[in-house]
Design a protein around this ligand. Structure first.
Ligand code: NAD
Ligand code: ZN
Length: 375
């Protein structure tokens, strides 16, 4: 156990000091079927006045759905439907902030994000940017946010990313895919209502669920592991095994995966992810591959790094008849391949967590290329 390693998100200058991260957790959370119905009561005391609206940023899957009718809008509140087809971008966040500022004379009372990791991250980033100046790309990195964000609430509708609990909002910027990692990013309130998961398509359920499983494997097998991360990681790993390998009642499986996502997020909050995530970032940057699918595409070929986890992953794929797309990188061309490898290797804390301080001597560009070519 190397607790001193757990300063991975601090600037280099602090890496030699024994300084432990003092990170925020979501201060308020509701869990339970139907708990979405409590949103109106939760928002009421947070309404500054009738001119300061709540802005609901909602996955456009829910446009015209029963859920839309249940959104508790009042006065001049606004519902903005957003597609989750692509990963969130800095210019998308900036455009939303611009729209909100020009639509209203005063700042909103808060932001409510309803959807998967994509909508949750957009909502966190918009809330941060409504309290801070400039463009969002300026805040991609660690602890660059100085002023508080707007009050923001997260309502996940698919389980796995842990975005509901994390202190980051991952954005694709002009130069990098990197989160706004800050104490102000974390939601002020989360509503965990398993009823909202009922419509998730099976493939997506698997990809996003595997994001959670892979968080656990990479955290538990990483050199940054400590008792804090281990306690959450082991619980989430166990829940994932039940959900994806046992024949649970579907409602129980939804509830367990929702909590696995939460615990997996808590586990990596105080450790780090590893090889699959680093390489998945490369895929996403060059090809726009979405996070959950990208992780699965890479992880299936990582036997040499995570033998037990990868064996279980293949059993889970078989049990649920999941077929991953193939030939993704076969005809990529060397230029794009090089960019992909460079992006993956730039995720230094992830490699250090996976392979130790000496990681640069234990991984090569050729190795990464050989893995990418299998995808
Ligand atoms: P997502 O939000 O990208 O959604 C995936 C698909 O599922 C979309 O088509 C969406 O419309 C659909 N969907 C969501 N809920 C649904 C429902 N209830 N019924 C039917 N369809 C539904 O999925 P995700 O995997 O949760 O999020 C991926 C994003 O999360 C990536 O952008 C990734 O970078 C980010 N992420 C963030 C963190 C973090 O800590 N902030 C961690 C991991 C991943
Ligand atoms: Zn992930």
């Amino acid at each position: 156990m190397k607790i001193e390693n757990n300063i991975n998100t601090k600037p280099d200058v602090l890496k030699n000091k024994t300084e432990y991260r003092n990170f925020p957790m979501v201060p308020r959370v509701v869990f339970g079927r139907g708990s979405f119905g409590q949103l109106a009561d939760i928002l009421l005391p947070k309404r500054k006045n009738s001119d300061a609206p709540f802005i609901f940023l909602v996955d456009d899957f829910f446009e015209g759905s029963v859920l839309q009718e249940r959104i508790p809008w009042l006065f001049n509140d606004q519902i903005i439907f957003i597609s989750a087809d692509e990963e969130p971008k800095t210019n998308q966040v900036d455009a939303l902030v611009h729209k909100i500022k020009s639509d209203f004379d005063e700042l909103p009372s808060g932001i409510v994000g309803i959807g998967g990791g994509t909508l949750l991250d957009i909502s966190k980033a918009v809330a941060v940017m409504l309290g801070n100046k400039g463009n969002s790309e300026k805040y991609q990195g660690w602890d660059l946010v100085n002023s508080p964000s707007l009050y923001h609430v997260g309502v996940p509708t698919i389980s796995g990313t842990g975005a509901e609990v994390s202190r980051t909002a991952v954005l694709l910027g002009p130069e990098k895919k990197l989160g706004i990692n800050s104490d102000h990013t974390t939601f002020d309130q989360v509503i965990l209502d398993p009823d909202l998961l009922a419509t998730v398509p099976k493939d997506q359920w698997f990809y996003t669920g595997m994001d959670c499983f892979i968080h656990c494997v990479e955290s538990l097998k990483g050199t940054y592991l400590n008792a804090f991360s281990e306690s959450y990681g082991e619980k989430a790993y166990e829940l994932c095994k039940q959900v994806f390998l046992e024949d649970l009642d579907s409602k129980i499986a939804e509830e367990k995966l929702m909590m696995a996502s939460w615990h997996g997020g808590m586990s990596i909050a105080y450790s780090q992810v590893g090889v699959a995530h680093a390489m998945s970032y490369g895929l996403s940057y060059v090809l726009g591959t979405k996070h959950g699918l990208g992780n699965c595409l890479v992880f299936q070929h990582l036997q040499e790094f995570y033998p037990q986890g990868v064996a279980l992953f293949h059993r889970m794929m078989d049990k649920h008849d999941i077929e991953l797309p193939t030939h993704i990188c076969t005809n990529l061309g060397q230029d794009k391949m090089d960019t992909m490898i460079t992006v993956a290797l730039s995720m230094e804390p992830l490699w250090e967590n996976a392979l130790g301080k000496d990681w640069k001597n234990n991984i090569s560009r050729e190795k990464l290329q050989s893995i990418y070519l299998k995808i």
